[in-house]
Design a protein around this ligand. Structure first.
Ligand code: COA
Length: 187
């Protein structure tokens, strides 16, 4: 990995602006289909005020190269389920799932709300570095991180598998026409 990348938690409104800008560049609506299938894509756009509140509740992890944002990995505690209607079915589903035979309801878990590495920094360990940082900052408060990944986002599935995520559940969502894998990793 480039030695000038460092990992930290969000601590300014400028970081929120940078996250939103990187998110916009990687949203499925602006990516050609072949690029999305090779490089991955995002499906949710966050409202700036909500993203600020999420980061005030629990600061997300970012990777920086100088002043540039190389990547982000969002922390979304379950209390935010009500704030993002498009994610409500996912939170409802999570309440019914188990991790290694323990119901999620008996564990301290949060949703990794979205991960993105800026194109120029992909394939350089930024993804792994952000999850190492996420583990370090969240393990005192949580047992498990869960997220869901579109099955056609094969790059993201592979990267999550590599850092230790395991598939907990798969389902088809008729609202967006996607097959999803719900994946989890003990912290
Ligand atoms: C998904 C993303 C965060 C991964 O970060 P990254 O730096 O690109 O990941 P890495 O290069 O470390 O790892 C990617 C892995 O997938 C593999 N890969 C690359 N392209 C692939 C593809 N089209 N299909 C399957 N695997 C692929 C790589 O070989 C690597 O696996 P390996 O370590 O076994 O060789 C980043 O590509 C990204 O931000 N994409 C756009 C947004 C996105 O999809 N976010 C995730 C939403 S769930």
């Amino acid at each position: 990995m480039a030695s000038n990348i460092h990992f930290k938690q969000v601590d300014s409104s400028a970081h929120i602006d940078q996250i939103l800008a990187l998110q916009a560049l990687n949203h499925s609506s602006v990516l050609a289909a072949d690029l999305a299938s090779q490089q991955g894509f995002l499906t949710v756009r966050h409202d700036p005020a909500l993203l600020s509140r999420m980061n005030a509740a629990y600061p997300s992890v970012i990777a920086q190269c100088g002043d540039e944002l190389a990547g982000y990995c969002l922390v979304m505690p379950p209390s935010f389920a009500v704030d993002i209607p498009v994610l409500a079915p996912m939170f409802a589903l999570l309440e019914t799932l188990s991790w290694q035979e323990e119901p999620l309801s008996s564990l301290r878990w949060f949703v990794m709300g979205q991960v993105c590495v800026a194109e120029a920094y992909r394939g350089q360990g930024v993804f792994d570095g952000m999850y190492a940082q996420l583990r370090a900052v969240c393990r005192a408060d949580f047992d498990l991180v869960v997220t869901e990944i579109a099955l056609r986002n094969t790059r993201s599935l592979r990267a999550h598998e590599r850092v230790g995520f395991q598939t907990m559940h798969r389902y088809f969502d008729p609202l967006n026409g996607e097959d999803w894998a719900v994946v989890g990793m003990a912290l």
